[in-house]
Design a protein around this ligand. Structure first.
Ligand SMILES: [Zn+2]
Ligand SMILES: [Zn+2]
Length: 439
């Protein structure tokens, strides 16, 4: 196969986009370089030079780089909707397209090769100080996930959200990644943060991408939808616990250890498992290693392997009311009805004086029971009651961080530290998937 290209939405919904072409770009028989401004103009897009003279007006503008040209966009908003939102200039390589994106606004899209894109996102997401076998394994998993997503084609990447109500009193919902209409991925954290070549594209993370160029996880001839998460908690999870009710053989549960642990099947198993400190790869006390794996890791959230969250009853009632839109009245009980093999709850019954609703799947449970998100849905509930039997406090004891499907990032890094190779790490998490170089 040829190396795929990816369209990255750099900015969307802007009334005007300013930038600079470093080198020669071609469009509609014109050769352009230097400062420019693009803005919507009477149903089309106008391109203006440094003196604000119109050089081109057409419905869409495709600027094709001649040779190794780069371009800068001025004052791009990054961290949209995050507390650290700011504006800065960013530099990109590859082609630049302007598209109308709404009433009087336009979008800038950067088309680049998948490898160049990966080099940028992997090196901004991963610390170069992480073990090298981990960086290589992650590069192959990220490449596979990305190209599997691209090959599903626009409009088939999921509807953003799926809801299944199986019986009255049940809300079972899961989320596919939201689709973008004008490009494959956006440049923000919603998809994967992409800062072009102004981000760090050197170093060992980029080297890991280069060294594994074109290598994919393959199952039955198809590129694997290789999911990953922060920490499984000791056992990875099945695809169907989190998303559509289908079996994905290479996304089936594995024990995150050299010696297998049995999967969780009963509530008794869940309690024993979650309250234990199992000998598993991602249950590491090595804070130094954790900081070296992902630079963005929050120091306060280092207790991802086993964690606990405690709410006063009234506090949890309020969170539930806000997050689910359902008034449960006085909260009586949280009852896990179905769990996956990692202990993650896939259906939880919430019983109150006014409502009794079963909620699923994994992510929806995490959303309903926290002002932000619970680390995972692998938890057991301890209820404190007053002498009359009225609950006063709900304490959740949990395991793991994230959906738990596919590669466990902390576990994979610990494996690499123990001397496992990238190939062995991928064979461990994606059972039955081959590693094949496609270009
Ligand atoms: Zn996005
Ligand atoms: Zn793990």
């Amino acid at each position: 196969m040829d190396e795929p290209k990816i369209n990255v939405g750099i900015c969307d919904g802007y009334p005007e986009i300013r930038g600079r072409l470093n080198g020669v770009y071609r469009t509609n028989g014109l050769s352009l370089s230097g400062e420019f401004t693009a803005r919507p103009r009477e149903g089309a897009i106008g391109l203006y030079d440094a003196f604000d003279r119109e050089v081109l007006r057409t419905r869409e503008i495709h600027l094709l780089a001649e040779g190794k040209g780069t371009f800068a966009l001025h004052e791009v908003t990054i961290g949209v909707r995050f507390h650290w939102e700011r504006r800065e200039d960013q530099t990109f390589s590859g082609d630049l397209t302007f598209l109308p994106s709404g009433e009087g606004t336009l979008a800038a899209v950067n088309e680049i090769s998948v490898e160049e894109y990966l080099m940028s996102v992997v090196s901004s997401e991963m610390s170069g100080e992480a073990p090298y076998a981990f960086l290589k394994a992650h590069a192959i998993a990220s490449r596979s996930w990305l190209v599997a997503m691209l090959s599903r084609g626009r409009g088939e990447k999921g509807n953003g959200q799926e809801t299944v109500i199986r019986r009255e009193g049940e809300v079972v919902r899961w989320y596919d990644r939201e689709d973008h209409a004008l490009f494959d991925v956006c440049a923000d954290d919603h998809c994967q943060r992409y800062q072009g070549i102004s981000g760090r594209v050197s170093g060992r993370a980029a080297e890991a991408v280069r060294e594994t160029q074109g290598v994919f996880l393959i199952h039955e001839g198809k590129i694997c939808d290789a999911r990953y998460h922060k920490a499984c908690g000791g056992m990875t999870e099945n695809f169907a616990t989190c998303w559509e009710e289908i079996s994905v053989p290479y996304l089936s549960h594995v024990s995150d250890s050299a010696r297998p642990h049995p999967p969780v099947r009963t509530e008794g198993d869940a309690e024993r498992w979650i309250l234990s400190c199992p000998d598993v790869f991602c249950h590491t006390q090595d804070q130094g290693l954790i900081r070296r794996i992902l630079p963005a890791f929050d120091r306060e959230t280092a207790d991802f392997s086993r964690w606990q969250v405690s709410y006063r009853r009234e506090e949890l009632e309020e969170i539930l009311r806000e997050k689910s839109g359902i008034d449960f009245g006085v909260l009586h009980k949280l009852v896990p009805l179905e769990r996956g093999p990692s202990g993650r709850i896939r259906l939880l019954r919430i019983e109150g004086s006014k409502a009794r609703v079963a909620v699923g799947k994994e992510l929806e449970i995490r959303r309903w029971l926290s002002p932000s998100h619970l680390y995972s849905s692998a938890f057991i509930v301890s209820t404190t009651r007053d002498p009359s039997g009225m609950p006063t406090r709900f304490t959740l004891f949990g395991a793991g961080w994230g959906h738990g499907v596919g590669l466990c990032q902390i576990g994979a890094a610990v494996m690499a530290e123990k001397g496992y190779t990238a190939e062995e790490i991928l064979r461990h998490y994606f059972r039955g998937a081959a590693q094949v170089k496609r270009y």
